[in-house]
Design a protein. Structure first.
Length: 278
């Protein structure tokens, strides 16, 4: 079921081109939400009734107070008036803007510019920033492909990350680069306080992936000679993005941009998330 995030803010330009709104909505989409603002509501009812419906029922309400708008203040006051759970309301404000005393004591997520806004909102939503093009990942090459090799490889990778108690962001890319050769590009951003994705880490992961495939019923195998380090830039240019997920202690915590990824990796993540909640 699609999650809804209602965005309350004062637009600085054409709402369809407002850079601040686009930055907010991009991060919300990445976190699996559909971003909605008042002028996008497509019903014929009373406008404020529709707005208050979203303020009361949306999975998340994001309020940017930088524009010091009376409408935005009303919408925030409505959230407080109905006793909406504070965890379901994110308050944003640009540094240097005076916050009215009525709600100055609430937790505000301050930002300096659009780049910092994205980082701040990602942090509040519990998701990390994407890896940069020049960061190193690892290209796993697979041969002896079985009929469902995509699913087999995805499960082997997830089992390996679980065995290593991985915590952080994992970007998954894949493609059939040559006949009979399937390549998966993994790019990770681990929790630096607990682990580093150095050479030793990658070699252990590679061994686990190979071991999991050897123990499976599939004929698919890891070709260790053709597997090698590569920049994330190469994955994005030569392979297809097949999913991004956040992990905690080896277990998927959240699938990012779920609406965009129709892949074995994303399906495996969603399956584990579902069974983990049962």
């Amino acid at each position: 079921m699609e999650k809804i995030a209602f965005v309350a803010m004062r637009f600085e330009s054409d709402p369809w081109r407002d850079k601040k709104y686009l930055a907010i909505s991009d991060v919300l989409i990445e976190a699996g939400f559909k971003a909605v603002r008042a002028d996008e509501i497509r019903t014929s009812g009373v406008s404020m009734d529709e707005v208050t419906h979203y303020l009361q029922n949306a999975d998340l309400v994001v309020v940017d107070l930088s524009g010091q708008s009376l409408n935005v203040s009303y919408e925030l006051g409505f959230c407080h008036g109905i006793g909406r759970n504070p965890e379901g309301v994110i308050l944003l404000c640009k540094e240097g803007v005076d916050i009215p005393f009525n709600y100055a004591h609430y937790r505000h997520n301050m930002y300096r510019d659009l780049r910092h806004l994205r980082t701040t909102l990602r942090y509040r939503l519990g998701i990390s920033t994407p890896l940069t093009d020049d960061q190193l990942g690892y290209a796993f090459s697979f041969t002896d492909l079985s009929r469902t090799y995509g699913a087999t490889v995805a499960e082997a990778v997830l089992d390996s990350l679980q065995a290593m108690n991985f915590t952080g962001r994992c970007e998954y890319y894949a493609g059939d680069t040559l006949p009979g050769l399937y390549v998966v590009g993994l790019a990770v951003k681990g929790d630096s306080r607990r682990q580093k994705s150095d050479d030793r880490w990658w070699m252990k992961l590679r061994q686990l992936v190979a071991k999991n495939l050897d123990e499976s019923e599939s004929t698919c195998r890891l070709d260790e000679i053709l597997s090698e380090y590569a920049e994330v830039r190469a994955f994005r240019q030569q392979l297809m993005p097949r999913g991004v997920a956040e992990f905690t202690d080896g277990h998927p915590k959240q699938l990012l941009r779920p609406a965009e990824e129709d892949s074995w990796f994303s399906w495996a993540i969603l399956d584990r998330l579902q069974h983990g909640q049962e």
